[in-house]
Design a protein around this ligand. Sequence first.
Ligand SMILES: NC(=O)c1ccc[n+]([C@@H]2O[C@H](COP(=O)([O-])OP(=O)(O)OC[C@H]3O[C@@H](n4cnc5c(N)ncnc54)[C@H](OP(=O)(O)O)[C@@H]3O)[C@@H](O)[C@H]2O)c1
Length: 251
Amino acid sequence: MDCFDLTGRVALVTGASKGLGRVIATALAKAGADVAVASRTQADLDVVAAELQANGRRSFAVAADVTDESSIGSMVEQILARFGRIDILVNNAGIGDTQAVVEMDTAHWDRVMNVNLRGPMLCCKHVGPYMIAQRSGKVINVGSVMAARVARYMTPYCSSKAALVQFTRTLALEWIRHGIQVNALCPGYFLTDMNQEFFSSQRGKQFIKALPIERLGESRELEGAAVFLASEASSYVTGTALYVDGGHGLA
Ligand SMILES: NC(=O)c1ccc[n+]([C@@H]2O[C@H](COP(=O)([O-])OP(=O)(O)OC[C@H]3O[C@@H](n4cnc5c(N)ncnc54)[C@H](OP(=O)(O)O)[C@@H]3O)[C@@H](O)[C@H]2O)c1
């Protein structure tokens, strides 16, 4: 299955210090890629990069804030200086929170939109010219099952993820002539820092029971989809949203 082999490719994964970003970075490295890992916390990234290096891959930890365009520009320059190219961009950094609209602090709305929607756009803006010049590239925007479903008090999160899917489709059309595929990877619920508190609660446990599959996703269940979207295996797939949600979207 050579089409899944990422040997010689360079990936950048944002929000890779923990959670699903770390899972995706590790999966791409296992498939052969060298991986630059980014988030705001250098110490956490150093741990991830050391782990990838211990497994025989080149890795580079670069602190960057996806809400800050100059930080993104500097991140991309540092990765290009280190690895010379970026073949795979995974826009994974994201935040979630709950707040009722009538109580909405507009700074809260802006924060979620800035990280979840504007951040991926800015990363594409800064990585795009290099992918266009090399006439190849893979962009994976990490959406959510909440791009298509809704939950009470989650308007900024659900809106940002739905918009990210439309951003994905629009950019896929824009970049198809450059040989770049742009897709969204939309997870259902996987246990991470983002939701640990909720899923430890009684309400969270009931929620899990109500899922069609009656359990959360396990990180290994996201790996194959990430490698698929990052590799030659998906060369005829662009502008799609791949849901890895244990059938959550069906209920
Ligand atoms: N967990 C789930 O069940 C689930 C389900 C559907 C979708 N998702 C999506 O999957 C992605 C990862 O979620 P997760 O559950 O793994 O969350 P997480 O464990 O909270 O990790 C979030 C990551 O994003 C980074 N980050 C946050 N703000 C950032 C910023 N401004 N600039 C750069 N990096 C930033 C964090 O690192 P620093 O704090 O060091 O910056 C961390 O590495 C998100 O887009 C989320 O919406 C998750």
